[in-house]
Design a protein around this ligand. Structure first.
Ligand code: NAD
Length: 266
């Protein structure tokens, strides 16, 4: 008796047990120089994809591209013009680049608020605008937007970030609806706190601000709302991204997948 699913592919990742063979596919990953973006670039390349790694940090993105046999693009995603020069014939787009700024709303610097929207909303919009036509024309595409638990929940002092991630959720759903007739899916993944430089910086800042140890910040500040009392690793986020690019997820679209240790279940 057969499972009813397509037979497993035979690429590297299939051999590793993920069932996802991306040989012949091209992916573009933003913020690929660090953290979650780097883990996604590594996972997609290991599954056989040719990866365009995009980041403002030239040294970091070149080193990732070299390690995975991909191509590095040093681009500041806060600027529209260089985005227009990135490849448009991609099968998989991972909108990941992001940054944080923590301040009370009344003191939030307007230029920082605008920067967060440019990098985390406007750049994904421009990239979708220029890659969706190719995906639709070929009848297959996968868009994965790295949102956050803060795309579904708010926290104090994160006006720029929470606003940007909620906007990204809406953008992802529009792409899902427009892409659906053409075999293109668009989804968000919504991690809680991931062990990356972005969070390490928040931990040391909070430790200094409160005069407490770093592990106490993790336990008493970051993980208070998470039922699973640990940070999630970037590779665990990348595994969800890879699954969304795999053979069994054509019906998963317009979704937001919580990877938040139960935070949003409370
Ligand atoms: P990170 O700081 O490790 O990596 C972010 C990358 O984005 C860096 O390489 C940085 O150079 C790049 N980047 C920032 N601004 C850029 C710009 N203007 N142009 C091009 N590249 C730029 O952070 P991370 O934790 O890996 O975060 C990646 C994504 O995951 C972000 O969108 C973040 O909001 C999201 N996220 C992170 C967490 C977490 O806890 N770390 C949780 C949920 C969601």
């Amino acid at each position: 008796m057969t499972s009813g699913f397509p037979p497993p592919a035979h690429g590297t990742a299939a051999a590793a047990g993920t069932g996802t063979d991306l040989a012949g596919r091209t992916a573009l990953v933003t913020g690929a120089g660090s953290g979650i973006g780097r883990a996604c670039a590594v996972a997609l390349a290991a599954a056989g994809a040719h990866v365009h790694a995009v980041d403002v940090d030239g040294a970091a993105v070149r080193s990732v591209a070299e390690a995975i046999g991909g191509r590095a693009h040093v681009v500041d995603l806060a600027q529209a013009e260089p985005i227009g020069e990135l490849p448009t014939a991609v099968d998989i787009l991972v909108n990941n680049a992001g940054l944080q700024h923590v301040a009370p709303l009344a003191e939030f610097p307007p230029e920082r608020f605008e920067l967060l929207q440019r990098v985390m909303v406007h750049a994904p919009f421009l990239l979708l605008r220029q890659t969706l036509p190719y995906m639709c024309a070929q009848g297959w595409g996968r868009i994965v937007n790295i949102s956050s638990v803060h795309g579904r929940r708010a926290s104090a002092f994160k006006a720029g970030y929470v606003t940007a991630k909620h906007a990204l959720e809406g953008l992802s759903k529009v792409a899902a609806i427009e892409g659906a007739p053409h075999g293109v899916t668009s989804n968000c993944v919504n991690p809680g706190y991931v062990r990356t430089p972005l969070v390490e910086r928040q931990i040391s800042a909070q430790a200094a601000a409160h005069g407490i140890a770093a592990d106490q910040v993790v336990a008493d500040v970051l993980l208070t709302r998470s039922a699973v009392k640990r940070l999630i690793e970037p590779q665990e986020v990348a595994a969800a991204v890879l699954w969304l690019c795999g053979p069994h997820t054509g019906y998963v679209t317009g979704a937001s997948i919580p990877l938040d240790g139960g935070w949003s279940a409370t």
